[in-house]
Design a protein around this ligand. Structure first.
Ligand code: HEC
Ligand code: HEC
Ligand code: HEC
Ligand code: HEC
Length: 161
């Protein structure tokens, strides 16, 4: 029962199960069942990563978009502006993988590793990334909102929303 419900729910509405290619599905689907993780995610900077590009007028710049959205130019992923509402920001699937592979998520070999973070937290975009220090800041048990605090302050200073 549980397995069937799970499989059914991670399938996007209107798509036939015969279509087997893996793809991204978007956070809207995940939070139907994982409400707590969804609420916590909203307290992290990942949930506003696309807005950051909008604020900097770089939301149409491919070199920037790639790390600030879900699956840029990949199956089911962000292709362009029209996908911003559903696939903008760094979401669940950036860390856990394509939603169609959900059955494998609980497999210990599929846990989120440091290598997942450093696909984005690397080079000039984050030269000093420190896994031990940064992981607790976004862990699902952390509701402190610490990764958004500096941002709110900055926005108040500049007077933009
Ligand atoms: C129909 C409800 C449902 C939907 C929709 C759903 N999940 Fe799940 N998910 C579950 C259930 C049930 C489990 C199994 C939990 C367990 O075994 O402890 C699970 C397990 C997981 C796990 C592994 C947890 C662990 O114990 O390691 C992750 C990660 C996860 N889901 C992420 C996602 C993401 C990301 C999405 C959106 C693409 C998603 N889920 C969509 C119900 C759902
Ligand atoms: C798809 C790219 C991507 C992945 C994968 C990713 N991040 Fe991020 N992360 C970002 C972006 C972009 C921001 C900046 C968001 C903003 O403020 O607009 C960010 C911000 C953060 C911040 C707050 C800023 C800082 O550096 O203190 C932390 C902490 C963080 N991420 C930790 C992690 C950890 C830990 C992982 C892996 C478990 C991870 N991230 C995976 C792109 C990513
Ligand atoms: C390789 C992935 C990657 C690319 C490409 C990328 N970013 Fe980011 N960006 C990140 C990560 C990771 C963070 C969070 C780390 C940090 O803040 O030090 C971040 C943080 C930011 C922040 C700070 C957000 C805040 O409120 O603190 C801004 C602004 C930003 N990026 C804009 C851009 C722009 C503009 C571009 C294109 C020129 C770009 N990014 C390209 C990964 C990337
Ligand atoms: C920045 C990376 C990142 C993002 C974004 C992220 N997670 Fe996770 N998630 C993790 C890590 C790390 C764990 C700890 C277990 C592991 O290593 O897989 C985890 C664990 C989980 C679990 C297992 C139970 C728990 O709470 O620890 C579920 C379910 C889950 N995530 C769902 C989600 C959903 C749903 C979203 C989006 C709303 C999401 N995650 C976004 C990194 C992330």
């Amino acid at each position: 029962m549980r397995k069937v419900a799970k499989e059914r729910a991670v399938e996007p509405a209107g798509k036939k199960s015969t279509e087997s290619s893996d793809r991204f599905l978007g956070v809207g689907l995940c939070v139907r069942c994982h409400q707590d993780e969804g609420e916590q995610w909203k307290t992290t900077a990942h949930s506003v990563a696309f807005q950051t590009l909008v604020d900097n007028k770089k939301d149409a710049t491919p070199e920037c978009v790639t790390c600030h959205v879900v699956g840029y130019r990949q199956p089911g992923g962000f292709q362009g502006q029209a996908d911003a509402a559903k696939l903008g920001n760094v979401q669940c699937e950036n860390c856990h993988g394509m939603g169609t592979q959900h059955e494998a998520f609980a497999n210990p070999q599929k846990t989120v590793t440091q290598a997942v973070c450093t696909t984005c937290h690397q080079g000039e975009n984050d030269p000093e990334f420190n896994w031990e220090k940064k992981l607790p800041m976004i862990a699902h048990s952390n509701m402190s909102g610490e990764t958004l605090k500096h941002r709110k302050g900055a926005m108040q200073k500049t007077g933009s929303n």
